[in-house]
Design a protein. Sequence first.
Length: 57
Amino acid sequence: MDKNLLEILACPICKGELLFDKTNQELICKFDRLAFPIIDDIPALLESRARRLGSDE
Ligand SMILES: [Zn+2]
């Protein structure tokens, strides 16, 4: 994914920064413990699309 795009993306819930998980192709908000999927290179920054992270992630 484009690194510049990543820098302008923010969590839709807390507006905090997102971390790109290359392995899972997800954007992670550590604060909310949510992972947003990237579908066809387009981040789906919707709470309804997010996956809740387990305690070991
Ligand atoms: Zn957040």
